[in-house]
Design a protein around this ligand. Structure first.
Ligand code: HEM
Length: 546
């Protein structure tokens, strides 16, 4: 079933894959592992104690750990965005913003109706760990989390709470003692403790940068087992500030690691592979701990080796139906020169093999800032990314799908009803929507279609969480074109109570429907990823648009 915004799980998966395959979108904020998406403060070197990858990993912990798995409440639901002012969520980063707020603000740059904030939080840890451990497989990511719209219960364990209370918090969230120890050791291999909010812990130790961080280990930009190794050996940082701080009551990592006589961390210290094999399933358990009311999550997201990055139906001025867009692929070896595909027809046949235009290798230079530690000039998260254009007339009225590379990827095509890109216009947040419906589907009693706008809004005045609201307007008869009847109407985005743009969010989408049974795919109205299907035009010109 689709969600409240008529979005299907398959569309959520596809849009996350697309974001992964557009270099310089979600990945730029954690490329490299040392990067900070706020940029270093004036006069500082690039690394001044704040690290976006570490903030994204810590945000997962603070969101999921207040779950109560017995009651089926809480978990990875983005409620943490409404809770960032709680003492248990302390963590101010450059620019005097809480790390959770800054995390969500960074995700909002790419907000769309397809990716919930909680799916972004889960995506964030997969991208962060891949950046800090580029030779590892990606943490398995599933899509389909539904966002909370209000704060949830408190209960993030703090460094001075004591082992009994920390164990109880993790147990409530469904984690055993060994799982808790693993989670802490895995989290505390990047980043560190800041003097600003934890001056009782980090005061006398060596600190780095404006934000006075004392890192957990000597390799804070690498997801590795150096921290647990040095903890066990008592060498170098010996486990870091939450082991060695002069404030004995705040030695939470020491208390946690010794709670099973170091058995768990000893196994994790054996090799980098044993560390990863312990950590990745625990991170997956954290991001898959969702409220009991959440629908089932998707299968793990690949991304598949071929997907459409953008695809759309259109009508030419003479009424010929076309399908066009581009494919994306990625890999560490050379990409094929073209992509092979076909259009499926009702009954299981197809209209014959086709080849795309030649592939165009995309630049994977993400952050060219030479000052970024690690020199992030090139950051191939998924290897080289190649795009291929395609564009075809659709001659067969029974066409119902696009099948790519023998079925590695396929998507449904609904010829009945669609927004017509070449006839639809946008001026700011106003839209002139033209929709085509097969004339054969219209009964004489149909006098209008409905166009629904899905637009971002700030859920509350104080949180950065962005949600999507709906606004539906009727479209009226406009003209006939080929086998289609065109309907037309204007949508002006209503002013939301809390503006999304002030929170860093995002684009809109429009679909059209006939009654309650027939609904088109969503046309992209300026959201990332995706190509805007609406042609720029000033509102005063709307009456004259062809
Ligand atoms: C009882 C359990 C835990 C306690 C008491 C605890 C405590 C802390 C504290 C006090 C900090 C310093 C925050 C700052 O100054 O910015 C911190 C940082 C961090 N924690 Fe934990 N933590 C726990 C569990 C976890 C877990 C399970 C994860 C894994 C997801 C995790 C990931 C991180 C990360 C990545 C940082 C570095 C943040 C940065 O550098 O900005 N923590 N933790």
């Amino acid at each position: 079933d689709p969600d409240a915004n008529n979005v299907y799980l398959a569309e959520k998966v596809l849009n996350i894959e697309r974001l992964m395959l557009i270099p310089g979108t979600i990945d730029f904020q954690v490329a490299t592992c040392a990067y900070t998406n706020l940029g270093p403060p004036p006069g500082e070197s690039a690394y001044a104690g704040d690290q976006t990858a570490a903030q994204w990993v810590r945000t997962v912990f603070h969101d999921f750990v207040t779950a109560n798995v017995t009651a089926g409440t809480g978990g990875l639901d983005a409620s943490v965005g409404f809770e960032s002012n709680r003492t248990e969520n302390a963590g101010t980063v450059f620019g005097d913003i809480n790390f959770i707020d800054q995390t969500i603000k960074g995700f909002n740059l790419f907000s769309s109706v397809f990716i919930s904030t909680s799916d972004f939080i889960a995506l964030g840890i997969t991208e962060a760990v891949l950046s800090c451990d580029p030779n590892s497989p990606m943490i398995q990511l599933r899509a389909g989390r539904i966002d909370a719209t209000a704060p949830g219960p408190s209960g993030v364990p703090g460094p001075t709470d004591g082992i009994t209370s920390q164990l109880a918090a993790f147990a409530r969230a469904g984690f055993t003692k060994a799982e808790m120890i693993t989670a802490v050791a895995c989290g505390h291999t990047i980043g560190g403790v800041h003097n600003g909010d934890f001056s009782q812990i980090v005061g006398t130790q060596a600190t780095i940068g404006t934000d006075d961080i004392d890192t957990f280990d000597d390799t804070p930009f690498v997801f590795d087992n150096i921290g647990v190794k040095n903890y066990l050996a008592g060498t170098l940082k010996a486990g870091g500030p939450l082991v060695t701080t002069t404030d004995a009551l705040a030695r939470s990592d020491l208390g946690i690691f010794t709670s099973d006589s170091n058995a768990t961390v000893t196994a994790m210290a054996t090799s980098q592979t044993s560390f990863e094999n312990a950590c990745f399933p625990i991170f997956e358990k954290m991001i898959n701990t969702v409220p009991g009311t959440n629908p089932l999550l998707s299968d793990p997201i690949g991304p598949r080796t071929f997907i459409t990055m953008d695809s759309r139906l259109d009508l030419t001025s003479t009424g010929v139906l076309t399908y066009s867009g581009f494919f994306g692929t990625y890999g560490k070896t050379a990409a094929p020169s073209t992509v092979t595909y076909e259009y499926g027809t009702v009954g299981g046949g197809n209209t014959g093999t086709k080849h795309s235009d030649s592939g165009v290798l995309q630049s994977n230079i993400i952050n060219s800032n030479a000052g970024v530690p690690g020199g992030a000039t090139k950051f191939p998260f998924f290897g080289n990314v190649t795009y291929y254009n395609f564009s075809d007339p659709i001659y067969t009225p029974t066409t119902n799908s696009l099948i790519v590379e023998g079925g590695i990827y396929s998507e449904p095509i609904n010829l009945d009803l669609f927004v017509v890109p070449s006839l639809s216009y946008q001026s700011g947040t106003s839209y002139l929507v033209r929709a085509a419906i097969l004339t054969s589907l219209l009964s004489s009693s149909v006098i209008h279609l409905n166009a629904t706008l899905y637009y971002p809004y700030g859920v509350t005045s104080y949180a950065y969480n962005v949600g999507y609201a709906q606004f539906t307007q009727p479209l009226s008869y406009f003209t006939k074109l080929g086998s289609y009847t065109i309907f037309s109407g204007t949508i002006i985005t209503p002013a939301p109570e809390f503006s999304a743009s002030s929170k860093g969010g995002g684009g809109s989408h429009i679909d059209v429907s006939l009654g309650t049974t027939l609904r088109s795919v969503k046309a992209n109205a300026g959201a990332t990823p995706g190509v805007n299907v609406f042609i720029p035009c000033s509102t005063s010109d709307f009456p004259n648009c062809p």
